[in-house]
Ligand binder design. Structure first.
Ligand code: ADP
Length: 303
C-alpha cells in the first residue's frame, strides 16, 4: 500500500479579461473552485491508478476542508487528516484571455503539518511506499522519510516545487522524481538543462532518479548505470496542469504492484505506465478531473 504525505488546497480560479493592476477592481467572467495541492493530486492519481492509498494531510476546520476530505474519500482514499486552527490551504488563480495566469497561494493548514503523531508514523511504517513532495514543512518531510527508512518503506520524493532541500534528505530517498528545472536547481546547476542535465550529480546521492521532460518524455537513472529514456506518447495536449502529479501518482501505483523502486528495468516499466497516464491527463482540462483511472490507462495502452 501507499502513504502520501503532503498538501491539499482549494484552488479558486477566476477567469478575467486581464490580470488586475494595483488598485484595480475587475469583474470576473467566470469562477470555479477545484481541489488541488500536490499531495492531494498525487494521492488521487495513486488511488485512480489502482493502489490502496492513505493520505496524511492537514486541513482547516472549514467548508474547504470538508470538501477536500469528501472528494478524497470519494476517490477511495483513506484519509489521515488533522484539522487545524489555520484555514485550509487555498490558491487564488487569475487566468486571462490568453491563458496567462497570476497565482497567490496561502499554505494555511499545510504549514501546520509539523510534529508527526504516533499514528501518522505508524501509517508510514506499515506502508510499502511513501510519496512526499515539498509543499509541507521540510522538517516534516525529512522526519517522514527517516521514519520510512527505518521500517523499510520505500521513499519516493517529488522534489517540487523547486526549493532548497535540507542536507541529508536526498540520502533518505530511494527514488527522486523531478522535472528538468527542478533537477537543475537541486543539483545547484542552474544551466543544467537539455543536454547538460545533471543526472549523475543526482544519482550521486545514492537514489534512483526520474527526470520528467514534458512532451519529450522522461529519463530514468539508477546509480552507476547509463540513464534510459522513455519517450512521451504523442498526443494533442489541451492542458498540462497536473501532468506531473498524475505521473508521480501513477508511477507510485505501478511500483506498489510489486516492482522494486531501485531496479532499472522495473523503474522503466513503471515509467511507461506513468507516461501513458500523463498522456491521457494532458488531453483533458483541469488537474484532478484530468487524472485517469487504471482501466482508462490500460485501454489507452492497448491502442
Ligand atoms: P511538470 O508538469 O511537473 O513540469 P512535465 O511537464 O515534465 O512535468 O510532465 C510530466 C510528464 O507528463 C512527462 O514526463 C510526460 O510523460 C507527460 N507529458 C507532459 N507534457 C506532455 C505532452 N505535451 N504530451 C505528452 N505527454 C506529456
Amino acid at each position: 500500500s501507499v502513504v502520501v504525505l503532503g498538501s491539499a488546497n482549494l484552488d479558486l480560479v477566476y477567469e478575467v479579461d486581464r490580470i488586475p493592476a494595483p488598485g484595480e477592481t475587475l469583474l470576473s467572467r467566470g469562477f470555479a473552485a477545484f481541489p488541488g495541492g500536490k499531495g492531494n493530486n498525487q494521492a488521487i492519481a495513486t488511488a485512480r491508478s489502482g493502489a490502496t492509498v492513505r493520505f496524511i494531510v492537514a486541513l482547516g476546520q472549514d467548508a474547504a476542508g470538508d470538501r477536500l476530505a469528501a472528494e478524497a474519500r470519494r476517490a477511495g482514499i483513506s484519509l489521515e487528516d488533522r484539522r487545524t486552527d489555520a484555514p485550509t490551504g487555498t490558491a487564488v488563480i487569475f487566468v486571462d484571455r490568453h491563458g496567462e495566469n497570476a497565482i497567490v497561494v496561502d499554505s494555511g493548514a499545510n504549514a501546520a503539518l509539523t510534529d508527526l503523531t504516533e499514528s501518522e508514523l505508524a501509517s508510514i511504517a506499515a506502508a510499502d511506499l511513501l510519496v512526499l513532495q515539498l509543499e509541507t514543512p521540510l522538517d516534516t518531510v525529512a522526519d517522514a522519510a527517516a521514519a520510512a527508512r527505518s521500517s523499510e518503506t520505500t521513499v519516493i520524493l517529488n522534489a517540487a516545487p523547486s526549493t532548497t532541500v535540507p542536507a541529508g534528505l536526498l540520502g533518505q530517498v530511494d527514488l527522486l522524481i523531478v522535472n528538468e528545472h527542478e533537477a537543475a536547481e537541486l543539483a545547484g546547476e542552474p544551466d543544467g538543462t537539455g543536454e547538460r542535465l545533471p543526472v549523475a550529480a543526482l544519482t550521486g546521492h545514492g537514489c534512483a532518479v526520474i527526470v520528467t521532460l514534458g512532451a519529450e518524455g522522461a529519463l530514468v537513472a539508477v546509480p552507476g548505470r547509463e540513464p534510459v529514456k522513455v519517450p512521451a506518447i504523442e498526443v494533442e495536449a489541451k492542458d498540462t496542469t497536473g501532468a506531473g502529479d498524475t505521473f508521480v501518482g501513477a508511477l507510485a501505483a505501478a511500483l506498489d504492484r510489486g516492482t522494486r523502486a531501485t531496479d532499472l528495468a522495473s523503474l522503466v516499466a513503471a515509467t511507461e505506465f506513468a507516461t501513458a497516464a500523463a498522456a491521457i491527463a494532458v488531453q483533458r482540462k483541469g488537474a484532478v478531473p484530468s487524472i485517469p483511472t487504471l482501466k482508462e490507462v490500460e485501454e489507452f495502452r492497448e491502442h
